[in-house]
Write a protein that binds this ligand. Sequence first.
Ligand code: MLT
Length: 242
Amino acid sequence: MKPTPDVFITGRSFLEDEVKGKTVVVIDVLRASSTIITAIQNGARGIIAVEDMGTAGRIAQNLDQSSYLLCGEKDGEKIEDYHLGNSPAEYEEDVVKGKTLILTSTNGTPTLVRCSGAKEVIIGSFLNAKAVTDYLRTVENEIIFVCSGWKSRLSFEDTLCAGYMLQQLVGTVLPDSSPDGACVAFALYQQFGKDVAGSVKNSNHAERLRKIGFSEDIAYCCQMDITDTIPVMKDGVIANKL
Ligand code: MLT
Protein backbone atom coordinates (compact mmCIF):
# COMPACT_ATOMS: atom_id res chain seq x y z
CA MET A 1 0.00 0.00 0.00
CA LYS A 2 1.17 3.54 -0.73
CA PRO A 3 2.14 5.63 2.32
CA THR A 4 -0.22 8.39 3.44
CA PRO A 5 0.86 11.62 1.70
CA ASP A 6 2.92 13.87 3.94
CA VAL A 7 2.17 17.56 4.43
CA PHE A 8 5.07 19.99 4.65
CA ILE A 9 3.77 22.87 6.68
CA THR A 10 5.74 25.70 5.05
CA GLY A 11 7.75 26.24 1.89
CA ARG A 12 10.93 26.30 3.94
CA SER A 13 10.33 23.37 6.28
CA PHE A 14 12.02 20.74 4.12
CA LEU A 15 15.24 20.00 2.28
CA GLU A 16 15.00 20.21 -1.49
CA ASP A 17 16.27 16.61 -1.71
CA GLU A 18 13.17 15.44 0.16
CA VAL A 19 10.90 16.07 -2.83
CA LYS A 20 13.05 14.20 -5.35
CA GLY A 21 11.14 11.40 -7.10
CA LYS A 22 7.85 12.52 -5.54
CA THR A 23 4.68 14.13 -6.84
CA VAL A 24 4.35 17.44 -5.05
CA VAL A 25 1.25 19.62 -4.77
CA VAL A 26 2.20 23.21 -3.98
CA ILE A 27 -0.57 25.06 -2.13
CA ASP A 28 -0.81 28.82 -1.66
CA VAL A 29 -4.54 29.42 -1.27
CA LEU A 30 -4.09 33.18 -0.63
CA ARG A 31 -3.19 33.75 -3.37
CA ALA A 32 -0.42 32.48 -5.66
CA SER A 33 -1.87 29.01 -6.35
CA SER A 34 -5.35 30.42 -6.87
CA THR A 35 -3.97 33.07 -9.22
CA ILE A 36 -1.94 30.54 -11.23
CA ILE A 37 -4.97 28.25 -11.60
CA THR A 38 -7.12 31.19 -12.74
CA ALA A 39 -4.51 32.42 -15.21
CA ILE A 40 -4.01 28.99 -16.76
CA GLN A 41 -7.77 28.45 -16.91
CA ASN A 42 -8.08 31.78 -18.74
CA GLY A 43 -5.59 30.79 -21.41
CA ALA A 44 -2.19 32.04 -20.24
CA ARG A 45 0.35 30.35 -22.46
CA GLY A 46 2.68 29.57 -19.61
CA ILE A 47 3.78 30.90 -16.24
CA ILE A 48 7.38 31.17 -15.17
CA ALA A 49 7.43 31.24 -11.38
CA VAL A 50 10.55 32.94 -10.03
CA GLU A 51 11.99 33.63 -6.63
CA ASP A 52 12.60 37.35 -6.93
CA MET A 53 12.30 40.48 -9.04
CA GLY A 54 15.91 40.28 -10.25
CA THR A 55 15.30 36.89 -11.85
CA ALA A 56 11.99 38.10 -13.30
CA GLY A 57 13.75 41.07 -14.94
CA ARG A 58 16.51 38.91 -16.42
CA ILE A 59 14.00 36.50 -17.97
CA ALA A 60 11.93 39.40 -19.36
CA GLN A 61 14.99 40.86 -21.09
CA ASN A 62 15.22 37.79 -23.32
CA LEU A 63 11.56 37.80 -24.38
CA ASP A 64 9.68 39.78 -27.01
CA GLN A 65 7.96 42.63 -25.13
CA SER A 66 4.55 41.86 -26.56
CA SER A 67 4.67 38.22 -25.44
CA TYR A 68 4.93 38.51 -21.66
CA LEU A 69 3.50 40.18 -18.60
CA LEU A 70 5.48 40.86 -15.46
CA CYS A 71 3.32 39.82 -12.54
CA GLY A 72 3.60 39.66 -8.80
CA GLU A 73 3.44 41.10 -5.35
CA LYS A 74 5.53 41.93 -2.35
CA ASP A 75 3.71 41.58 0.96
CA GLY A 76 0.47 41.39 -1.00
CA GLU A 77 0.87 44.66 -2.91
CA LYS A 78 1.44 44.87 -6.68
CA ILE A 79 5.08 45.55 -7.55
CA GLU A 80 5.63 49.00 -9.01
CA ASP A 81 5.81 49.05 -12.82
CA TYR A 82 4.63 45.44 -13.12
CA HIS A 83 1.72 44.73 -15.45
CA LEU A 84 -0.25 42.74 -12.88
CA GLY A 85 -0.25 42.09 -9.15
CA ASN A 86 -1.23 38.78 -7.55
CA SER A 87 -5.00 39.18 -7.40
CA PRO A 88 -6.75 36.42 -9.36
CA ALA A 89 -9.33 39.03 -10.39
CA GLU A 90 -6.72 40.69 -12.60
CA TYR A 91 -6.05 37.53 -14.62
CA GLU A 92 -9.02 37.75 -16.95
CA GLU A 93 -9.04 36.01 -20.31
CA ASP A 94 -8.65 39.17 -22.37
CA VAL A 95 -5.57 40.11 -20.32
CA VAL A 96 -3.67 36.82 -20.10
CA LYS A 97 -4.71 34.70 -23.10
CA GLY A 98 -1.67 33.65 -25.12
CA LYS A 99 0.76 35.49 -22.83
CA THR A 100 3.73 34.20 -20.91
CA LEU A 101 3.46 35.39 -17.32
CA ILE A 102 6.59 35.92 -15.26
CA LEU A 103 5.36 35.68 -11.68
CA THR A 104 7.09 36.48 -8.41
CA SER A 105 5.42 36.36 -5.01
CA THR A 106 6.38 36.48 -1.35
CA ASN A 107 5.95 32.80 -0.51
CA GLY A 108 4.20 30.89 -3.30
CA THR A 109 6.74 31.24 -6.11
CA PRO A 110 9.82 30.67 -3.90
CA THR A 111 8.10 27.48 -2.71
CA LEU A 112 7.56 26.39 -6.31
CA VAL A 113 11.20 27.03 -7.08
CA ARG A 114 12.27 24.96 -4.05
CA CYS A 115 10.08 22.10 -5.33
CA SER A 116 11.42 22.16 -8.87
CA GLY A 117 13.53 19.02 -8.30
CA ALA A 118 10.44 16.90 -7.66
CA LYS A 119 9.34 14.29 -10.18
CA GLU A 120 6.12 16.20 -10.74
CA VAL A 121 4.98 19.61 -9.46
CA ILE A 122 1.25 20.38 -9.40
CA ILE A 123 -0.34 23.63 -8.30
CA GLY A 124 -3.37 23.15 -6.06
CA SER A 125 -5.87 25.20 -4.08
CA PHE A 126 -9.49 24.92 -3.03
CA LEU A 127 -10.46 25.97 -6.57
CA ASN A 128 -9.19 22.76 -8.18
CA ALA A 129 -8.91 20.42 -5.17
CA LYS A 130 -11.22 17.71 -6.50
CA ALA A 131 -9.56 17.65 -9.93
CA VAL A 132 -6.14 17.41 -8.26
CA THR A 133 -7.13 14.57 -5.94
CA ASP A 134 -8.84 12.69 -8.79
CA TYR A 135 -5.53 12.89 -10.61
CA LEU A 136 -3.46 11.96 -7.53
CA ARG A 137 -5.39 8.69 -7.23
CA THR A 138 -3.78 7.62 -10.52
CA VAL A 139 -0.25 8.50 -9.43
CA GLU A 140 2.22 5.82 -8.38
CA ASN A 141 4.86 8.09 -6.83
CA GLU A 142 4.81 9.14 -3.24
CA ILE A 143 2.75 12.32 -2.81
CA ILE A 144 3.59 15.38 -0.72
CA PHE A 145 1.44 18.43 -0.13
CA VAL A 146 3.69 21.47 0.29
CA CYS A 147 2.03 24.44 1.96
CA SER A 148 3.66 27.77 1.11
CA GLY A 149 2.89 29.37 4.45
CA TRP A 150 3.91 32.92 5.22
CA LYS A 151 7.57 33.81 5.74
CA SER A 152 8.48 30.43 7.26
CA ARG A 153 5.33 30.28 9.36
CA LEU A 154 2.29 28.08 9.03
CA SER A 155 -0.69 29.48 7.12
CA PHE A 156 -4.09 28.31 8.30
CA GLU A 157 -5.64 28.30 4.81
CA ASP A 158 -2.85 26.30 3.15
CA THR A 159 -2.86 23.64 5.88
CA LEU A 160 -6.66 23.49 5.76
CA CYS A 161 -6.58 22.94 2.00
CA ALA A 162 -3.95 20.19 2.38
CA GLY A 163 -6.26 18.56 4.95
CA TYR A 164 -9.17 18.76 2.53
CA MET A 165 -7.22 17.09 -0.27
CA LEU A 166 -5.90 14.49 2.13
CA GLN A 167 -9.42 13.64 3.25
CA GLN A 168 -10.49 13.32 -0.39
CA LEU A 169 -7.70 10.79 -0.85
CA VAL A 170 -7.84 8.69 2.32
CA GLY A 171 -11.46 9.10 3.43
CA THR A 172 -12.64 10.12 6.87
CA VAL A 173 -10.18 8.01 8.86
CA LEU A 174 -6.48 8.74 8.63
CA PRO A 175 -4.43 5.50 8.59
CA ASP A 176 -2.33 4.73 11.68
CA SER A 177 1.31 5.73 11.37
CA SER A 178 0.54 8.64 9.04
CA PRO A 179 3.22 11.35 9.13
CA ASP A 180 2.81 14.15 11.67
CA GLY A 181 2.25 16.81 9.00
CA ALA A 182 -0.62 14.76 7.56
CA CYS A 183 -2.15 14.31 11.05
CA VAL A 184 -2.08 18.07 11.69
CA ALA A 185 -3.62 19.02 8.32
CA PHE A 186 -6.22 16.27 8.56
CA ALA A 187 -7.25 17.29 12.08
CA LEU A 188 -7.44 20.93 11.07
CA TYR A 189 -9.81 20.09 8.25
CA GLN A 190 -11.92 17.92 10.52
CA GLN A 191 -12.24 20.86 12.92
CA PHE A 192 -12.84 23.68 10.43
CA GLY A 193 -13.83 22.02 7.14
CA LYS A 194 -17.55 22.57 7.66
CA ASP A 195 -17.09 26.28 7.02
CA VAL A 196 -14.01 26.82 4.89
CA ALA A 197 -14.83 30.38 3.82
CA GLY A 198 -15.86 31.40 7.34
CA SER A 199 -12.73 30.02 8.98
CA VAL A 200 -10.28 31.25 6.32
CA LYS A 201 -11.78 34.73 6.73
CA ASN A 202 -10.30 34.75 10.24
CA SER A 203 -6.79 33.72 9.15
CA ASN A 204 -3.75 35.99 9.49
CA HIS A 205 -3.26 36.42 5.76
CA ALA A 206 -6.94 37.13 5.13
CA GLU A 207 -6.62 39.92 7.68
CA ARG A 208 -3.55 41.27 5.86
CA LEU A 209 -5.32 41.15 2.51
CA ARG A 210 -8.43 42.89 3.88
CA LYS A 211 -6.27 45.72 5.20
CA ILE A 212 -4.87 46.39 1.72
CA GLY A 213 -8.23 46.13 -0.05
CA PHE A 214 -8.41 42.54 -1.31
CA SER A 215 -11.46 41.21 0.59
CA GLU A 216 -13.02 39.89 -2.59
CA ASP A 217 -9.99 37.71 -3.32
CA ILE A 218 -10.51 35.88 -0.02
CA ALA A 219 -14.06 34.84 -0.96
CA TYR A 220 -12.96 33.92 -4.48
CA CYS A 221 -10.08 31.73 -3.28
CA CYS A 222 -12.31 29.85 -0.82
CA GLN A 223 -14.55 28.46 -3.55
CA MET A 224 -14.18 24.69 -3.61
CA ASP A 225 -13.87 22.49 -6.67
CA ILE A 226 -14.94 25.03 -9.27
CA THR A 227 -12.44 24.08 -11.98
CA ASP A 228 -10.77 21.03 -13.51
CA THR A 229 -7.68 23.02 -14.45
CA ILE A 230 -4.52 21.38 -13.10
CA PRO A 231 -1.44 23.54 -13.64
CA VAL A 232 1.82 21.57 -13.68
CA MET A 233 5.34 22.96 -13.65
CA LYS A 234 7.76 21.32 -16.07
CA ASP A 235 11.26 22.58 -16.79
CA GLY A 236 10.41 25.82 -14.98
CA VAL A 237 7.24 26.61 -16.93
CA ILE A 238 3.72 26.12 -15.61
CA ALA A 239 1.04 25.03 -18.10
CA ASN A 240 -2.21 23.10 -18.08
CA LYS A 241 -1.80 19.39 -17.44
CA LEU A 242 -4.43 18.32 -20.00
C1 MLT B 1 2.48 34.76 -1.48
O1 MLT B 1 3.12 34.22 -2.38
O2 MLT B 1 2.92 34.95 -0.35
C2 MLT B 1 1.06 35.20 -1.68
O3 MLT B 1 0.46 34.67 -2.74
C3 MLT B 1 0.78 36.58 -1.19
C4 MLT B 1 -0.45 37.26 -1.76
O4 MLT B 1 -0.36 37.85 -2.84
O5 MLT B 1 -1.50 37.25 -1.16
